[in-house]
Design a protein around this ligand. Structure first.
Ligand code: KIV
Length: 285
């Protein structure tokens, strides 16, 4: 088997060309893969069919493989890697080289899931930088790229989409702006913020985004955005009425116990189980 993470991937355009619109079966809210590759078109079709889109983060080979085996249709190599794996205080420290390293590891799992990756801090400052960095992530194995922002990055989004690279938007609380914002605050609480979010979502859809992450958006506003655009919204801390939900996997499984966002109810306590197992083993030798 080839060690090349891009083996068999070809260009994104090629990938899209060989993949039919939907190759999964709906089973309640769980998307069960049958065969074939999930594409941006698959994700969009899920919204049309009213199927919830469950998305999670992964930054390496085993996690990507496990999430894929569990039937997650979209996996994100998020720049949250900086906080939950690399020990940075926020995502503004994450570099392109670090993202490429983790995208390569995740891509080696060759998931059926659509593998999206974050353009990290300042990677999208100009159209030229956005294009160059999006291509770098695709060369590392990403099948779609995500960047934070709305109308202020529209030229960058258009250029990325024009180059044939699927684009995932990200609106609401933008973690890469946490220093300017002075924390992680809910967005859409007043008329001005609500109108800005609606306009940004419409602009990203028009520019060709195949889906939009809504982070910490006031739930009624997230619902309104989800109804107003045809591409799926993927919520995080934005209430139940988005077309899908995304979480940082470490938060879901309790693997980063030193901070858990208020909106997450961990389903496992991996940290406690790991400590207990190690203590038992230590005592047993
Ligand atoms: O970096 C990340 O993991 C993200 C998701 C939480 C949406 O952007």
């Amino acid at each position: 088997m080839s060690n090349d993470p891009n083996h068999g991937r070809g260009s994104i355009g090629h990938l899209r060309a060989i993949c039919p619109l939907s190759q999964g079966k709906s089973c309640g809210n769980r998307f069960v893969m049958t065969s074939g590759k999930v594409t941006p078109a698959t994700v969009r079709a899920m919204k049309s069919r009213g199927e919830k889109i469950a998305s999670l983060t992964a930054y390496d080979f085993p996690m990507t493989k496990l999430l894929d085996e569990a039937g997650i249709p979209m996996i994100l190599v998020g720049d949250s890697v900086g906080m939950v794996l690399l020990g940075y205080p926020d995502t503004t420290h994450v570099t392109m080289a670090e993202m490429e390293h983790h995208v390569r590891a995740a891509a080696r799992a060759r998931p059926r899931a659509l593998l999206a990756a974050d353009l990290p801090y300042r990677a999208c400052d100009t159209v030229a930088a956005a294009l160059e960095n999006a291509h770098r992530l695709v060369r590392a194995g990403a099948e779609a790229v995500k960047a934070e922002g709305g109308r202020e990055i529209l030229e960058q989004v258009r250029a990325i989409v024009h180059a044939g690279i699927p684009f995932l938007g990200h609106l609401g609380m933008l973690p890469q702006r946490v220093l300017e914002e002075g924390g992680y605050h809910l967005k859409g609480k007043n008329h001005f913020e609500r109108e800005a979010l609606l306009a940004d979502a419409a602009a990203l859809e028009e520019a060709g985004a195949f889906a939009i992450v809504l982070e910490l958006v006031s739930p009624p506003v997230a619902q309104q955005i989800s109804k107003s655009i045809s591409v799926p919204t993927i919520g995080i801390g934005s209430g139940p009425d988005c077309d899908g939900q995304i979480l940082v996997t470490h938060d879901l499984i309790g693997a980063f116990p030193w901070f858990t966002p208020k909106f997450v109810k961990p389903r496992l306590n991996v940290a406690a189980q790991l400590r207990a197992t190690v203590e038992q083993w230590k005592a047993s030798i």
